[in-house]
Design a binder for this molecule. Structure first.
Ligand SMILES: *[C@@H]1O[C@H](CO)[C@@H](O)[C@H](O)[C@H]1NC(C)=O
Ligand SMILES: *[C@@H]1O[C@H](CO)[C@@H](O)[C@H](O)[C@H]1NC(C)=O
Ligand SMILES: *[C@@H]1O[C@H](CO)[C@@H](O)[C@H](O)[C@H]1NC(C)=O
Ligand SMILES: *[C@@H]1O[C@H](CO)[C@@H](O)[C@H](O)[C@H]1NC(C)=O
Length: 392
């Protein structure tokens, strides 16, 4: 298949892009200049939203002068803050810079009490030692603040965000991709940062890979093996064991990925992906039904075997179709480099093309076999094709 080559190119391109982006960001981070001749001793290019944080930490009194810089279309808003209660958005004390219709930039300070807060100007959960300020120039916002680091601790959970707006109103930001990865634990003394969201992002990626490989590749492959391999007498009963191996390993991996997805969903208090979650649960139920149906499978001479086959096929195909839909939904949530979606589309197209080809071959084989056997009953015309002639 073309997949390993494609993946290698996608990975290489991704690495080069990231490297170029990181280089561009870190150089703009160090060489940044600020309005009013302000200067800062340290800076970090933040991993998402093209943002950077510049600061000077005063060890003598546990305060920091901070400048947060992020690009945004005019009319939109950006925000930076510290969460003293955890690593999520609710609980964060934030500075929000936005513009009114005349383009004047103002800063609102507020503690976000929920994921859809009322943005009333109020006091934060730490001391703000000078009135915050902000400017907007060349498509980039900069927020200036002087704060007493909460609890006099140099390490803080920092959060940042950017979103759209329309002449003065602050509209909700996107709830997927970069906009849910904008958190970092930062040591204002050393400048070291660890992504508070990294382990979560990492687990989201594992969830995506497990489910993509299991529901997206192994299980359709297993279904194709059952449908197309068993038409060849020589492949009997090998096809059955291959089918079972594919489906069971797909099921085990898929359930692991599914459970991780449920865990991620339960941890994500504010942002929920209802459709993705419900389709995931439906797929799990259908697949579990398939595993149990195996135990109830009537003997192939049994008159109920025909109905069992119809049931087995319809449940199986439904699960496969739902899985493809949900993988696309998951890709839209995770928003990985576009190579992943393209790779998945390439895999789907390859599977579909192979299935189509094998479908044609199978019908030719079955019809020819029927002709030579001159059997008037059964056969492809009943929609179950060659079932009457194979074992296992
Ligand atoms: C904290 O210390 C810095 C540098 O020593 C000083 O410039 C600043 O005014 C101090 N802030 C407060 C609130 O004392
Ligand atoms: C914070 O800690 C530093 C030393 O670690 C100390 O000098 C300073 O007074 C403390 N500030 C506050 C507000 O407690
Ligand atoms: C928020 O309040 C501060 C001081 O109380 C003020 O300087 C600032 O302009 C206010 N911001 C907005 C957006 O009203
Ligand atoms: C403040 O620091 C103390 C000791 O380091 C810690 O026990 C406490 O939980 C901290 N409080 C907050 C609000 O972070």
């Amino acid at each position: 298949m073309a997949w390993p080559g494609h993946a290698a190119w996608a990975v290489l391109a991704g690495v080069l892009l990231l490297a170029a982006g990181a280089a561009a960001q870190s150089s703009s981070c160090v060489s940044a200049t600020f309005q009013g001749g302000r200067a800062f001793q340290q800076c970090n290019a933040l991993p998402v939203l093209g943002a950077s944080l510049h600061w000077t930490y005063h060890a003598a009194n546990g305060t920091a002068d901070v400048a947060f810089r992020a690009p945004q279309q005019s009319g939109g808003w950006v925000a930076w803050g510290i969460n003293t209660r955890g690593t999520t958005m609710p609980g964060s004390s934030v500075f929000i810079a936005s513009q009114d219709a005349s383009g004047a930039v103002s800063v609102t300070t507020t503690v976000l009490e929920s994921v859809s807060p009322s943005l009333t100007n109020g006091s934060l959960s730490f001391d703000v030692l000078a009135p915050p300020a902000a400017d907007y120039a060349a498509g980039v916002y900069t927020i200036f603040a002087t704060i007493a680091l909460p609890n006099n601790s140099t390490t803080q959970n920092t959060v940042w965000q950017a979103g759209p707006g329309n002449t003065g109103s602050i509209a909700p930001h996107s709830t997927s991709g970069a906009n849910v990865q904008s958190m970092q634990r930062l040591d204002f003394m050393s400048g070291q940062s660890t992504g508070a969201s990294n382990s979560r992002l990492h687990r989201r990626n594992i969830h995506g890979i497990l489910n993509g490989v299991s529901w997206g590749i192994l299980i359709p492959l297993g279904a194709m093996i059952a449908r197309y391999l068993r038409v060849f007498e020589a492949a009997d009963p090998a096809w059955f064991y291959l089918h079972i191996t594919c489906q069971l390993s797909g099921y085990v991996l898929g359930v692991a990925g599914w459970a991780l997805g449920l865990k991620l969903g339960s941890e994500s208090k504010g942002v929920t992906y209802g459709a993705h979650r419900n389709i995931g649960i439906a797929i799990f139920c259908l697949a579990t039904l398939q595993v149990f149906a195996l135990l109830l499978r009537p003997d192939k001479k049994n008159k109920y075997r025909f109905y069992w086959n119809i049931y087995h096929h319809s449940v199986g195909y439904s699960a496969i179709v739902l899985a493809a839909v949900n993988i696309f939904k998951g890709l839209d949530i995770l928003k990985p480099a576009s190579g992943w979606k393209k790779s998945y589309i390439a895999i789907l197209a390859t599977l579909a093309a192979v299935a189509l080809l094998l479908e044609a071959i199978t019908w030719v084989v079955v019809l020819r076999r029927k002709k030579s056997a001159k059997q008037p009953h059964g056969g492809a015309a009943n929609g179950n094709g060659w079932q009457h002639q194979q074992g296992a």
